[in-house]
Design a protein around this ligand. Structure first.
Ligand code: PLP
Length: 376
């Protein structure tokens, strides 16, 4: 089935009373029909009918075995990290979501999980970090905020060769544009807060795993840790997902126009967007995804311009987060990536001239006019 149809129909034809919009089951617990019997639902941390519609939908969209919904992207990532034990080692993309960096360096390190950060756009750099006790590669692509692209097929081959779990954070592109499980990954994770929810109104996380064995093991962790998504927010996610394709397409078209416009602006020294032909991984991206998404970063000539730009934008909001219908601009150095040490940020290029833009569904001409007057 075409993904447009798949998305629009999420939750339809499942309700015995014929509701087109699947109902919100606000119940913490479910009665058993008789001794030793179950309707399939016992207690809402374990499973809830509304959440299950969402979990089944994301599993179908990512073409995996089973989906899991969490109260945040970090709740999802935390649960994934509990697959590992004291003394295990994992390799993680070096310029990654700041919260993922923080949980590894401040929390899981205390439980003995060892981490190496690598430039995952370079297969040799990844392979160099593999140790006898390495258990997984955790990849973000495109990276945040430098928009580097990892070769997902190449990483899957590395994981197969060394017996590693292949985990991909697919938040920036969504299954509308990229399906990591089809490139060989074992686990896909999303901050559902971003494109999947799409309206800057919910915090959520989603995971899809491949294979029954991993699905069972991961389901037990989801239930044990308990960072599950409530029925109301599950319903909002379902509602958001129905328009994912339309939003993504509009946002991507806007992003390309804005990237090209920024490229020619005299106060902009660099534009990072995989949809630009001069992006070093433009071809890799075309080989593994249907598009480039709507996240871009750019560098201005002088950091003294930043306060004025952020203050004078009238449509694009100066706010953390991304992926929603409203355009947002972020200053990674003090916002999303503040927890990454200064010297690491400097090496990665996350300096005080860098801005990150999440392009929304507004008219591109209005967004460009907004940027134009802020940069004047
Ligand atoms: C936002 C984000 C997360 C964390 O998700 P929350 O929903 O904010 O907990 C993880 N990975 C990426 C790439 C993100 O953008």
């Amino acid at each position: 089935m075409n993904i447009l149809t798949e998305l629009a129909q999420i939750g339809n034809r499942l309700d015995p009373k014929g509701a087109i919009s699947f109902p919100i089951y606000h119940s913490s617990t479910f009665a058993h029909p008789g001794f030793g019997e179950s309707t399939g639902f016992d207690y809402s941390r374990t499973n809830n009918p509304t959440r299950q519609v969402l979990e089944d939908a994301i599993a179908r969209l990512e073409e995996g075995t089973k989906g899991f919904a969490f109260s945040s992207g970090m709740g999802a990532i935390t649960t994934i990290l509990t697959l590992f034990s004291h003394g295990d080692h994992i390799i993680v993309t070096e310029d990654l979501y700041g919260g993922t960096y923080r949980i590894l360096e401040e929390v899981f390190n205390r439980f003995g999980l060892q981490v190496s950060f690598a430039d995952t756009s370079n297969l040799e750099a990844i392979e160099k970090e593999i140790l006898p006790h390495t258990k997984a590669i955790f990849t973000e692509t495109p990276t945040n905020p430098m928009m580097k692209i990892a070769d997902l097929h190449g990483i899957a081959r590395l994981c197969q060769k060394h017996g590693l779990l292949d985990i991909v954070d697919n938040t920036f592109l969504t299954p509308y544009l990229q399906k990591p499980l089809l490139c060989g990954a074992d686990i896909v994770v999303h901050s559902g807060t971003k494109y999947l929810g799409g309206h800057n109104d919910i915090i959520s996380g989603l995971v899809v795993v491949k294979g029954e064995k991993l699905a069972t093991r991961f389901g037990r962790l989801q239930n044990s840790l308990g960072a599950t998504l409530g029925p109301q927010d599950s319903w909002l996610m379902i509602r958001g997902l129905k328009t994912l394709a339309l939003r993504m397409k509009a946002q991507e078209e806007n992003a390309l126009q804005i990237a090209q416009w920024l490229l020619n602006h005299p106060k902009v020294t660099e534009v990072y967007y995989p949809g630009l032909k001069n992006h070093p991984s433009h071809a890799t991206q075309l080989n593994q995804a249907k598009g480039f998404g709507a996240m871009l970063s750019f560098r201005v000539k002088d950091s003294s311009l930043i306060p004025r730009i952020l203050k004078s934008l009238e449509i694009i909001s100066y706010a953390e987060s991304l992926g929603g219908v409203e355009s947002l601009i972020t200053y990674p150095a003090t916002q999303t990536h503040a927890d990454i040490p200064l010297e690491v940020r400097a090496r990665l290029g996350i300096d005080d001239c860098l801005l990150r833009l999440s392009v929304g569904i507004e008219a591109a001409e209005d967004l460009i006019r907004d940027l134009e007057s802020a940069l004047r």
